[in-house]
Design a protein around this ligand. Structure first.
Ligand code: MG
Length: 160
C-alpha cells in the first residue's frame, strides 16, 4: 500500500486599498487587495501549508519568514515551487488538493479554473487533481464585512 498522508492549511489576509488581489496566482480585478509581506495570495498560502503539513514540514512561516527581505512582494506561486521541491526531496509528491476561499466579494467563479491550472502546474499534478471552491460567510464576521479573505485547504501526498 502506498504511503499516503493528508495535511490541512488555513490562512487569512486583510483587504486594503492600493494592493493587487492575487488568488491562486490570478490577479483578480477588484477595488482592494490583500495585505502581506509577499503577494499575500491567501489561497496559495493555505495550499502550501496543507502540503507542508502532510509532509510534517512545518509551515510557510518557517520556510519563508516575513522578516526576510527576500520574500517581500514574492510571487507565492514561486514559493509553492519551493514547497514542491521540499516535498520531492523527502520522496513525496502531491496527490490532490481541495481548497475553499471565503470572500464576500468579488465573485471568483470566472477565475477558479485558472487558479486550478496554476496550482496544478506548480505542484506537478493534473488540473483534475485540484479543486478550488469559493463561498461567502453570509456577511458574517471579517470575511462578511470585507475586512479580509480566508482560505482553507487540504492536500494528500503520496510517496514516490
Ligand atoms: Mg499568508
Amino acid at each position: 500500500m502506498q504511503n499516503f498522508r493528508i495535511g490541512h492549511g488555513y490562512d487569512v489576509h486583510r483587504l486594503v486599498e492600493n494592493r493587487k488581489l492575487i488568488l491562486g496566482g490570478v490577479a483578480v480585478p477588484y477595488e482592494r487587495g490583500l495585505l502581506g509581506h509577499s503577494d499575500a495570495d491567501v489561497l496559495t498560502h493555505a495550499v502550501m501549508d496543507a502540503v507542508l503539513g502532510a509532509a510534517a514540514l512545518g509551515d510557510i512561516g518557517r520556510h519563508f519568514p516575513d522578516t526576510d527581505e527576500a520574500y517581500r512582494g514574492a510571487d507565492s506561486i514561486v514559493l509553492a515551487a519551493h514547497v514542491r521541491d521540499l516535498l520531492a526531496a523527502r520522496g513525496y509528491r502531491v496527490n490532490n488538493i481541495d481548497a475553499t476561499v471565503i470572500a464576500q466579494r468579488p465573485k471568483l467563479a470566472p477565475y477558479i479554473d485558472t487558479m486550478r491550472d496554476n496550482l496544478a502546474r506548480v505542484f506537478g499534478v493534473d488540473p483534475d487533481a485540484v479543486n478550488v471552491k469559493a463561498t461567502t460567510e453570509e456577511k458574517l464576521g471579517f470575511t462578511g464585512s470585507g475586512d479580509g479573505i480566508a482560505a482553507h485547504a487540504v492536500a494528500t501526498i503520496i510517496a514516490d
